[in-house]
Design a protein. Structure first.
Length: 324
């Protein structure tokens, strides 16, 4: 096996890209703003396995108007109280609109919400996600209590044209990339970016038509939809997002070997570990050092576990991670 890079020296030498200044916590749980729903619609294909909504809020006249960048999130405070009679804790949702606002209206901010309905193995009863079902039940004209903005790290760089991008998403982890890509290609139509979007089935690919249209308009954008429970559109077997590092190795090799490239990972917890393993098994050592620092004794990616990535396998400032 090829020796893998160790230690943290590379990370210390490479500060990564400059990030833009952002506004934070303009609306707090003690003083949330009241935002009105102006649009709610499915963002899946017909007959999906999951119910996912694109929801647009009007924040006009509040501290949140024009305050968000894609990659940030806002909090939602569900109505009612918990079993102790206290107000519910807020839940965070990623912003899916560009920095100019949904439909280029700075007062409008959008998000991507999956209606959570799960069977609990211990009881056999259905669990209904409190905030997700509250949001998905809202109709145009209804209101919600919002806080934020939150987040200052998972952002496009301050000078986006200086970089190329590889975005990995699973499920609603696609949300920030919708806004990022709309921002990127609005200001830099010749930008280079690859989006690997993962879902269980083709019908669950979120914003599929939007990303297909972007790829048609911008030759530098490569959209790689990836489904894990049925064949790909080209007849290839079921795949997970990290598998695209193999199926499109030639396409991605030059990009990932470049000093210009940044990697973003967003989705369910565990996505990052699977991608780290595949990066370590795919990239040459010099390229890998741009994205991961690996402690001595952890050179074999097959032995990495969830706890490993907090104790000895760490992203550099050229790899951005947002998992939940």
């Amino acid at each position: 096996m090829t020796p893998r890079p160790t230690g943290t020296a590379r990370r210390e030498r490479d500060p990564g890209p400059d990030l833009p200044e952002v506004r934070l916590h303009l609306a707090t749980p003690r003083e949330p703003v009241v935002a009105t729903v102006v649009r709610t619609e499915p963002c899946t294909q017909p007959k999906p396995a999951d119910f996912v909504s694109h929801i647009v809020f009007d924040t006009a006249g509040t501290p949140l108007e024009g305050a968000f960048r894609p990659g940030q999130s806002f909090g939602v405070i569900p109505p009612g109280t918990d079993e102790r009679g206290r107000p519910h804790n807020l839940r965070l949702y990623s912003v899916s609109s560009p920095s100019t606002g949904e439909d280029e209206n700075p007062a409008l901010v959008s998000t991507t919400v999956k209606r959570t309905i799960e069977e609990r193995n211990d009881t056999g009863r259905l669990y209904l996600g409190l905030a997700s079902n509250h949001l998905c039940d809202l109709a145009v004209g209804d209101t919600a209590l919002l806080t934020g903005p939150s987040g200052k790290r998972f952002l496009l760089p301050a000078r986006p044209a200086e970089h190329d991008y590889v975005f990995f998403a699973t499920g609603t982890g696609i949300a920030p990339y919708r806004g990022m890509l709309l921002d990127l290609f609005s200001h830099h139509p010749d930008a280079r970016a690859t989006l690997v979007a993962g879902a269980a089935y083709h019908t669950d690919l979120l914003y599929h038509h939007l990303f297909t249209a972007l790829a048609e308009r911008h030759p530098g954008f490569h959209y790689l939809p990836t489904v894990s429970r049925e064949l790909q559109t080209d007849g290839a077997p079921p795949l997970h997002v990290q598998d695209r590092l193999d199926t499109h190795r030639e396409t991605l090799a030059d990009t990932l070997a470049s000093d210009r490239t940044l990697i973003y990972i967003c989705g369910v917890t565990g996505t990052e570990l699977n991608i780290y393993r595949r990066l370590a098994g795919t990239l040459e050592p010099d390229a890998l050092r741009r994205y991961l620092t690996i402690a001595a004794g952890l050179e074999d990616p097959d032995g990495w576990e969830r706890r490993t990535i907090h104790r000895g396998v760490n992203p550099t400032r050229r790899l951005f991670v947002e998992v939940y």
